[in-house]
Design a protein around this ligand. Sequence first.
Ligand SMILES: NC(=O)c1ccc[n+]([C@@H]2O[C@H](COP(=O)([O-])OP(=O)(O)OC[C@H]3O[C@@H](n4cnc5c(N)ncnc54)[C@H](O)[C@@H]3O)[C@@H](O)[C@H]2O)c1
Length: 270
Amino acid sequence: MGNLLAGKKGIIFGALDENSIAWKVAERCFEEGAEFILTNAPIAMRMGAVNALAEKTGSEIIPCDVSVDADMENLIDQAMAKYGKVDFILHAVGMSLNIRKKKHYTDLNYDFMHKTLDISAMSLHRLLKTCYEKDAINNWGSVVSLTYIAAQRVFPDYNEMADAKSLLESITRSFGYHYGVRNKVRVNTISQSPTVTTAGSGVSGFNSFIDYAEKMSPLGNADALACADYCVSMFSDLTRMVTMQNLFHDGGFSYTGVSEAVMEKFGSQE
Ligand SMILES: NC(=O)c1ccc[n+]([C@@H]2O[C@H](COP(=O)([O-])OP(=O)(O)OC[C@H]3O[C@@H](n4cnc5c(N)ncnc54)[C@H](O)[C@@H]3O)[C@@H](O)[C@H]2O)c1
């Protein structure tokens, strides 16, 4: 396509299979001229799908469990050995043990919850802290994480991930402040429409919820490719004054109170 990211180097977390949002982001970044490292949890690597993406985009794969300090250190050290400093990072990581084990929100297991918060939210702090200490991101670099509107409004089936996303968005603001002051590094979250992926499909009632969101959004649901385009714009120099924001990428869902398409489902009240 173009060369919006020509000369830029990055790290992309979270490409599990071709449905992953991170997979699409990697493909689009490659098309726009970027070079990057692909990373995921060692256990996810064993599934092997990411090798095809690495081949297609000429990328190296470096495993990293985002909940392990030593893994994060190793990843950033290796990225710096390869590139010097990086220009962009995509954090597209999420996992809820309580959802996996079908625990209701009113009956959470706290060992599971610790793990969920660690992997899905504190991992962003761990990533930013490691980069900050090692001075691993170029001035005006851009870090993007993916989040969901359940951080602001209640979607009961989203369970403890709502709390994880609230923390993720808070870390984005708090670390975004410090990294902005020191290095002009930008940190933002993109709040994406429900999207059919492995993580997304783990949420119960997901399919009917996708249909509901589609009807509630003036533009319809944003798909993974559109999300990838938005990530590219956030990694580019065209958005260099945007930081510490939660950016809704949802076809207008977040500001729609009710839509005619949804009202029709309930029939006329007249
Ligand atoms: N799919 C949706 O509806 C939707 C909507 C809004 C936001 N998001 C967010 O988008 C991001 C990407 O998810 P996705 O929907 O592409 O699903 P996905 O399942 O393809 O991606 C989730 C990734 O997290 C990785 N991961 C889990 N535990 C890890 C660990 N300990 N260390 C390193 N990586 C680990 C998985 O291996 C996987 O690659 C997540 O943060 C998710 O919450 C998804």
